[in-house]
Design a protein around this ligand. Structure first.
Ligand SMILES: [Zn+2]
Length: 229
C-alpha cells in the first residue's frame, strides 16, 4: 500500500509540474482573460491649419457654436470594464527633463479632477501603470501637411470585466518645438488613461493640437464614465 501511494504522489507531482510549466495544457483557465495591446492614434500638428489661420487672420474655430457638451469618447480596451482609478507612473530612462516637466504637469491636471490618482512609482503586477517615453518619427508624407507630435494609449488585461491597464504616453522628439508642450502631454496621457479622440475643439482630445491643456467638462465626464461607473 505504501509503495502504491508513493507512485500516485509521483504521478500527481508530474502532472502539477507539466501544467504549471506549460499553461497551454489547460486552455480553459485562460478563457476569461482578454488582453489588448496598446492602441495608438497619432496626435497631429496641422501645418496647413496654422498657415490658413495666419493668412486669413482667423483664430481657432469658426464653428464654436457646434461645440459638443457630451462626454469625450472612451478607447475600446476600457469600455464596459471595472477598473481601479489608481495608477503608478514612471519615465523611461532616456526621457529628458523638459518632457518630464510637461508630463508631470499633465499628471497634476488629471489628479486635480479627483477622478483618477496617479502616483510616482514603478510598474507593479496587477496594478494600473503608465509609462512615459520619447521617440523619433519624421514626417512621411509631406503633402499631408501634418506632423506627428506624440502617441499613446491604453493596453488592458481584462479578467472577468475587471481591467488592469498598462498605459503608455510618448512625445515625438523629432519636432521638440512642437511636441514638448503641455497640450501634447495632456492629450497623450488622456489616451493612456483611456480617453479617445473628441470632435470638440475645446477637448484636450481633439485630434489636432489646439494648444489646449485644461480638461473640458466633456473630458472629465469621459474620465468619470471609465473610473466611476
Ligand atoms: Zn490622439
Amino acid at each position: 500500500m505504501k509503495r502504491k501511494s508513493w507512485i500516485w504522489l509521483l504521478i500527481l507531482t508530474s502532472i502539477v509540474l507539466i501544467v504549471t510549466k506549460n499553461p497551454k495544457v489547460i486552455p480553459n483557465l485562460h478563457s476569461q482573460i482578454k488582453e489588448t495591446t496598446v492602441k495608438v492614434q497619432p496626435f497631429l500638428y496641422s501645418l496647413k491649419a496654422s498657415l490658413d489661420n495666419k493668412l486669413s487672420g482667423k483664430t481657432k474655430s469658426s464653428n464654436q457654436k457646434q461645440v459638443s457638451k457630451t462626454a469625450t469618447p472612451i478607447e475600446d480596451p476600457l469600455k464596459n470594464v471595472t477598473i481601479s482609478n489608481t495608477y503608478y507612473f514612471h519615465f523611461k530612462k532616456n526621457v529628458p527633463q523638459s518632457v518630464r516637466n510637461s508630463f508631470t504637469k499633465a499628471v497634476n491636471t488629471y489628479n486635480d479632477t479627483g477622478v483618477v490618482r496617479l502616483i510616482p512609482g514603478e510598474k507593479q503586477p496587477n496594478k494600473n501603470s503608465i509609462t512615459f517615453f520619447i521617440y523619433h518619427k519624421k514626417i512621411q508624407d509631406i503633402t499631408s501637411n501634418t506632423v506627428e507630435l506624440g502617441n499613446g494609449g491604453p493596453s488592458s488585461l481584462v479578467i472577468n470585466h475587471y481591467a488592469i491597464n498598462s498605459g503608455q504616453a510618448g512625445l515625438n522628439l523629432t519636432y521638440p518645438n512642437l511636441a514638448v508642450k503641455d497640450s501634447v502631454a495632456v492629450h497623450e496621457l488622456g489616451h493612456a488613461l483611456g480617453l479617445a479622440h473628441s470632435s470638440d475643439r475645446h477637448s484636450v482630445m481633439y485630434p489636432v493640437d489646439q494648444g489646449e491643456s485644461s480638461l473640458s467638462r466633456g473630458d472629465i465626464e469621459g474620465l468619470k464614465s471609465i473610473y466611476q461607473n
